[in-house]
Every structure is written in structure tokens, then in C-alpha cells.
Design a protein around this ligand. Structure first.
Ligand SMILES: [Ca+2]
Length: 333
């Protein structure tokens, strides 16, 4: 009890609600007069990231599976900058458009009365051209008021923070101008306590899964939570009772270019009922008729699926048997 209390007092919260502050930052950057980010710009960004990172997992298949190697040093977004930062068409990004990407990928921290609320940025996935991913959530495919971020941060400003239904959320900055309101919102909504020791002691098993191209929730925030959790309960207990998977190329909860279907319920059931702890699982993608069209091993984080099949063989690169789960190298390659 005392240990848990001390832990809570000293940690910076990885706050679910402060994700909305990150939404606000990106929405403000993409607002009219700023860096409206339409499909052509998203296509440019995605192609640039894929050129830098897609092949790092052994196959250029539109899926950046080796996310750890896809660093800012590799992607060098500054090379996309238009001359003098002024928009010059679909082959470059203006300074205002680069500011949208920077707001999206940056970590954010907001100060409450007695806690700091943080949220990790989003990693570039090379799938920013998916209108149901980055476009749907972050940019509204060129009209930020159509984006998930805008809608969610808008009502948050109006009803939680400013407490004014007419408040202009795109003009609401800084996000932590009302620290007491942030505290109240976190107290009501956050479910971010990493100490799941009581759950584990009760015999609970936990499988955490997330799409690697999730544009709604930051994968790096989930990674951060899982690391906090392992520290809180101890690495041995975490290894014995929890599993964490990131599905490359998969959007929020499903969809995207990557294989998005894994039967996690069966894996959990076998773990609980037969004591068969899950290791590498199978991720599949199905067409509209329900026929399997692609598969990948679903590797335990931080492992990723690296292609080990015949080169230049499109059919082989869609079969899980031709991939192995490997750890990213410490040098990021
Ligand atoms: Ca790839």
C-alpha cells in the first residue's frame, strides 16, 4: 500500500486524457490558415517514409515492420521541405505542413496542479496515405474539422476544460491553462495505473495488442505503459502474466495494409485453461469474401517479422512462413 502510494505520487502520468492535448496540438497545426494536410501531401509523406524504411524488414511490401530502425535520422523529413518553406505543390511540404507532422510525432506534456500528464508522439509508419488512418484521425484528409482529433478535443475543451459550449477549441492553448480542470478530467477518466499486481496475484493473464499504424492511440504510449507496468510489478511477473504484440501496418483496432486478424481470445483461453502461454501468434488478412490473402507472424514486442524468403517473390512475401521474428539491432538496423 505504502509502496503503491509513493509510486503514484512520484510518477508522471502517462495520461489517456492528455492524448486529447496532443490531438489539440495537431488539430491546431492543421487548421485553416496553417498546414491543411490533404491526400496528396499524405501520399508524399507516406512514400517518403516507405522509401526510407519499408525495406529494413527485408521486403518492400508497404509495411514498415522494423519500426525501431525507422528513425528521424533515416526519414530526414527536412528533405521534404519546399523552397523557403512556402507551399509549392504536391512534391514538397511547407513549413506549416511540416509543423503538422512535427506536432503529430512529438511527445507532449501538460502540467496539472500536482502531476505532469504526458503523451508519447506517433511514429511515422509509411501508411500516412491511408485515408482511414492518419487521414481519418489526424488531418481530416485535408479538412481538420472532419478529423477524429478535432471532434474529440473540441468537446473536451468545451465541456471539460473551458466549460463553455461555445469555446473555440482551435484557439485553446496552452492545453494546461486550467490545471485543476486537467486534474479533474484525469481523475474521472484515466485508467493508466501500471500496477496490475493485484490482477496478476489473482491469476489474471493479459494480452495487449495494437496496430502498428494506429493513428488514434500512440503505439509508443502503449509501449511506455507496458514498460511502466513491468517496472511496477517486476519483470518476472510481467513476463509470466502478460504479452504485448504490435501488428505492423494495422490501423486503430483493425484495417490498414497489414494483416489485422489474430484470434487473441483463443490464445488467452489456452493460456488460462491449459497453461499454454502464447508466444509468436499468426496475423492474417482476409478479402471481402473472407478468403485469406496475406499472413505475418505476430511477434512479441520488441521483436518484429523479418522477411527470410526468396527475393523478389510477391507471393512468398505474403506468407507468414517466410518470416522470422527478430529483435531490432541496437544500432537501429
Ligand atoms: Ca516491409
Amino acid at each position: 500500500m505504502a509502496r503503491g502510494t509513493a509510486f503514484r505520487q512520484h510518477r508522471a502520468y502517462q495520461s489517456a486524457d492528455q492524448r486529447l492535448g496532443a490531438f489539440n496540438a495537431t488539430a491546431r497545426a492543421a487548421a485553416p490558415g496553417g498546414g491543411a494536410f490533404g491526400p496528396a501531401k499524405a501520399a508524399l509523406l507516406a512514400r517518403h517514409v516507405r522509401d526510407a524504411c519499408d525495406g529494413l524488414d527485408g521486403v518492400a511490401d508497404g509495411i514498415v515492420a522494423n519500426r525501431a530502425a525507422c528513425t528521424a535520422e533515416r526519414t530526414r523529413l527536412e528533405s521534404l521541405r519546399c523552397v523557403d518553406g512556402v507551399d509549392a505543390g504536391d512534391t514538397c511540404l511547407s513549413d506549416a505542413q511540416l509543423a503538422v507532422v512535427n506536432a503529430w510525432t512529438a511527445d507532449h506534456a501538460f502540467q496539472g496542479s500536482n502531476a505532469t500528464y504526458s503523451s508519447k508522439g506517433y511514429a511515422l509508419s509509411g501508411n500516412e496515405d491511408d485515408p482511414s488512418g492518419f487521414g481519418l484521425w489526424a488531418t481530416g484528409n485535408g479538412d481538420v474539422r472532419q478529423s477524429g482529433y478535432f471532434v474529440m478535443q473540441d468537446s473536451t475543451v468545451q465541456y471539460y476544460l473551458a466549460k463553455d459550449p461555445k469555446a473555440d477549441s482551435l484557439g485553446y492553448t496552452p492545453w494546461d491553462r486550467n490545471p485543476q480542470a486537467l486534474d479533474a478530467m484525469a481523475a474521472l477518466n484515466d485508467a493508466t495505473d501500471p500496477d496490475i499486481g493485484a490482477f496478476i496475484a489473482h491469476g489474471g493473464k493479459l494480452i495487449v495488442w495494437q496496430g502498428g499504424s494506429d493513428a488514434a492511440l500512440s503505439v509508443d504510449s502503449t509501449i511506455d505503459y507496458m514498460m511502466q507496468m513491468a517496472r511496477a510489478v517486476g519483470p518476472e511477473r510481467a513476463a509470466a502474466a502478460t504479452r504485448f504484440y504490435v501488428a505492423p501496418g494495422v490501423n486503430h483496432c483493425g484495417g490498414g495494409v497489414g494483416p489485422d486478424q489474430t484470434d487473441l481470445l483463443v490464445a488467452l483461453d489456452r493460456w488460462v485453461m491449459e497453461n499454454a502461454a502464447p508466444a509468436t501468434l499468426l496475423a492474417e488478412k482476409f478479402d471481402a469474401e473472407g478468403a485469406p490473402v496475406q499472413s505475418l507472424p505476430l511477434c512479441q514486442y520488441p521483436l518484429y517479422p523479418q522477411y527470410a524468403g526468396p527475393p523478389n517473390d510477391a507471393a512468398a512475401s505474403k506468407k507468414a512462413a517466410n518470416f522470422i521474428c527478430v529483435a531490432p539491432q541496437s544500432d537501429g538496423s
